[in-house]
Ligand binder design. Structure first.
Ligand code: HEM
Length: 470
């Protein structure tokens, strides 16, 4: 184990390149005969991992014939995602997403990933994302006209579904510069179904039932075919009639490999578009839904945010340059992302033998990392369950280890759409709350569901009212 200059329990003072003494658990939660902890992990992932984390910061988990490890310390996250990232690949469990995402950026590895990331990174540079601000704000404004009608009727509506439609509209407008017209509703439904089926399949290790001609499998195949068909058609139309546009599709079509000067072929382009739509749409919708719920319950913070929005925007549409001054709004979003990170856990597999802070990791071993657990680690965060946006003030973040907070992942495979998502969430919250009050009417507070994203276990229903000014 590397000698450490870290005082026990004092995260944040670590000397770079040295790892603090690990709390390695000798054993983890007891599993079942043969299966080990797999049924518990599958049936109630969050509560199982929360329990496992009480055993230590490196916890062995027996799954069938092998041992995986839960890594629950910022230094171990840094090891896997940054310092020794070359030794870790994504888990084969993600293969269940391949029918939808193909060889897009989320799924690819090795040379293909390196080439594609290099090719696509410039499309997500700040100035490119800033150029999409107008489209984003217009789409939100159009969508919120529907809220005005809801105010008039006073009827509760499905807020979760509504924000999911909104983020899909934003994804479509920024990607294709069009709302898809008649295909829009079908696109949303097909996205939803394919996401749900992929999530169900992640734990189906043998995959036998996925090949059976069941109604659900047929529907899934039809949904994927429909989505790919729409995207391929748009690509073909755009190739046939190129037109100047600053939408993401045009940017991706024009992106050239710096070494070979080649552009993407149609199939790669389709996989990347599908990936960006799927990776970007549901993650953002889920976080916006949590933010609306949490803010509707935190009136004081909501009023602080509104003051900032009113003072700064003074009724006009938000623009890219507003993100910096809307600093408290940003901190609110950061805090929502801490407590409700849409992607809240993932797994990596060691390629060669490794050693993490004293724990030997054999080639082929799976390690689990959870944003949710690290974001609420009691030795890193004071009063971790408390909603407190001010923990992101500079003086409070100063001593915190970098890998204590990573809602968008970290290292070379960090989310490519983080800046896009932050702008989108800021605009949505600012534009909703400056005009509306959201009164949640669901019978009970939702808790975490057990899907890939940290969704509420039930749809949130709410009533929109015109904002009461104090
Ligand atoms: C609140 C919203 C979002 C959250 C919380 C989120 C989170 C993440 C995380 C944690 C990863 C890393 C996964 C891993 O390392 O295994 C990731 C990767 C990725 N995200 Fe996001 N994301 C969000 C929005 C978006 C948006 C808006 C887009 C596209 C416009 C996007 C596109 C991607 C892609 C393509 C990857 C794969 C990157 C690579 O492996 O090179 N995400 N995201």
């Amino acid at each position: 184990m590397a000698e450490s200059k870290v005082l026990p329990g004092s995260f944040g003072t670590a000397v770079p390149d040295e790892e603090p003494p690990a709390k390695i658990a000798k054993s983890g939660p007891k599993g079942r005969p043969i299966w080990g902890v797999l049924p518990m992990l599958r049936d109630d992932t969050l509560n199982f991992l929360k329990d496992a984390a009480t055993y230590g910061d490196i916890v062995p988990l027996r799954i069938l014939m092998s041992t995986a490890y839960l890594l629950n310390h910022p230094a171990h996250v840094e090891h896997v995602l940054q310092k020794n990232h070359r030794n870790y690949r994504k888990t084969p469990m993600l293969g269940k997403l391949r029918p939808v995402l193909g060889d897009g950026l989320f799924m690819s590895e090795g040379e293909l990933w390196t080439r594609q990331r290099k090719l696509m990174q410039p499309s997500f540079l700040k100035e490119r994302v800033d150029a999409l601000a107008g489209k984003m704000a217009d789409t939100i404004a159009t969508h919120l006209k529907g809220w005005e009608e809801r105010v008039a009727s006073g009827t509760p509506f499905n807020l979760s579904e509504d924000v999911s439609i909104l983020t899909l509209e934003i994804a479509l407008q920024t990607m294709f510069d069009t709302g898809l017209g008649a295909d829009a509703a079908g696109f949303g439904e097909a996205m939803h179904l394919s996401h749900q089926v992929c999530a169900e399949r992640v734990w189906n290790l043998t995959g036998i039932t996925e090949r059976l001609p069941t109604r659900r499998n047929r529907k899934f195949n039809e949904a994927v075919e429909f989505l790919q068909g729409v995207v391929s058609r748009i690509i073909a139309e755009r190739r046939a009639n190129p037109r100047p546009s600053n939408d993401l599709l045009s940017i991706l079509m024009d992106a050239r490999d710096a070494d070979t000067n080649e552009v993407m072929d149609d199939q790669q382009l389709r996989d990347e578009v599908m990936t960006l739509m799927l990776a970007g749409h549901d993650t953002t919708a889920t976080m916006v839904a949590w933010a609306l719920l949490m803010l509707s319950q935190q009136k004081e913070l909501l009023e602080r945010m509104r003051d900032e929005v009113d003072t700064h925007l003074a009724g006009r549409m938000p623009e890219a340059g507003d993100l910096k001054p809307l600093d408290f709004t940003k901190r609110i979003i950061q805090e929502v992302a801490r407590l409700r990170p849409s992607i809240w856990w993932f797994a990596r597999v060691a390629i060669n033998d490794d050693n993490i802070a004293g724990q030997p990791i054999k080639a082929g071993t799976t390690v689990f990392i959870s944003q949710y657990l690290i974001h609420t680690h009691p030795e890193v965060w004071d009063d971790p369950e408390k909603f407190d946006p001010d923990r992101f003030l500079p003086d409070q973040t100063a001593g915190r280890p970098k890998f204590a907070y990573f809602p968008f992942g970290a290292g070379p495979r960090v989310c490519i759409g983080g800046g896009f998502a932050m702008m989108e969430m800021t605009f949505v919250l600012a534009m909703i709350f400056r005009r509306f009050d959201v009164e949640v009417t669901s019978d009970r507070d939702p808790v975490f569901g057990n899907l890939i994203t940290l969704r509420p276990d039930d749809d949130i229903w709410a009533r929109a009212k015109l904002r009461l000014r104090h």
